[in-house]
Design a protein. Structure first.
Length: 279
């Protein structure tokens, strides 16, 4: 299979430019072929096993399976993370959340950070890498997520304490730690928003990490904020990635839960995507 044939097959699922980007990513990551290599015809030099693997990858991609799952990895903030169907694929916007939650002098800062709903561990591992003296704890309810996140901590050569915790049923009377920073990108998409979502997300990424009931879009945020109001140190801060549709409701909820200082920040696309709050 040559480049044009591979690209043409993917245009049945993606628009032309996205199909080209996916083809180039697969050839680079899995076969080590640069665009220059492709132009020079080095795809023709793939072994029979290589051609067989390429065909298998193409078949998976034709079903709409995200390329990150097909390759088993995703780039996030300049680092490569292992991903699989049990975790969300890290998005660029979430790295903006990591950047905002960094203290002024990360190399000298010492404190305790909690990442709630860690998924692939992209937030926890990134903060552990960029704040080397921090103590980082990460929670998730999913065994698959905790396994993948632990693998990513090893890949990044950082230490993160992973714990299986259901934040919706956590015993708030038991506070084992006092945190300087709590950060979370919890499920925030309402079921009614499904119609506007891409097929490859709906059919392949875990619903547990995506959706909340239409009648309670702040379900996870409220539980986390309630916990954070008790678990944060007096100078501690709570960072959220949010659904832009509920930015006003988020601010009201945080105020009701005792946070007297609340900031909202736009993402790179100009959408109200993040909040920072403190007591």
């Amino acid at each position: 299979m040559n480049y044009d044939a591979f690209w043409h097959r993917l245009t049945t699922v993606y628009d032309a430019d996205e199909a080209k980007a996916i083809v180039r990513m697969v050839l680079d990551v899995r076969f080590g072929l640069s665009w220059t290599d492709v132009i020079c015809g080095k795809m023709d030099d793939l072994s029979a096993d290589g051609q067989e693997e390429l065909e298998h990858l193409a078949q998976r991609l034709e079903t709409g399976e995200p390329v990150q799952y097909v390759l088993g990895e995703a780039e996030f903030g300049g680092r490569t993370f292992h991903v699989g169907p049990g975790v969300l694929i890290p998005r660029p916007e979430t790295y903006e959340l990591c950047e905002w939650s960094l203290p002024p002098t990360p190399s000298k800062w010492k404190g305790h950070i909690l990442d709630i709903g860690t998924g692939s561990g992209c937030i926890a591992c990134t903060l552990a890498a960029e704040i080397p003296n921090a103590e980082v704890t990460a929670w998730d309810i999913s065994d698959d997520a905790l396994r993948i996140a632990s693998e990513n901590a090893k890949r990044a050569n950082v230490h993160v304490s992973f714990e299986k915790v259901d934040v919706l049923n956590f015993q708030f009377s038991i506070l084992n730690s006092q945190f300087d920073i709590i950060v979370s990108n919890p499920p925030y998409i309402c079921n009614k928003e499904r119609a506007g979502m891409e097929r490859n997300v709906l059919e392949h990424e875990p619903e547990l990490a995506l959706f909340v009931p239409d009648d309670d879009p702040l379900l996870f945020y409220r539980a986390i904020a309630r916990y954070a109001a008790r678990a944060l140190k007096p100078s501690g801060q709570l960072f959220f990635e949010i659904n832009p549709l509920y930015a006003d409701e988020m601010q009201q909820m945080l105020s009701e839960e005792g946070f007297s200082h609340i900031e909202v920040r736009n993402d790179q696309f100009g959408k109200q995507r993040f909040t920072k709050s403190w007591l």
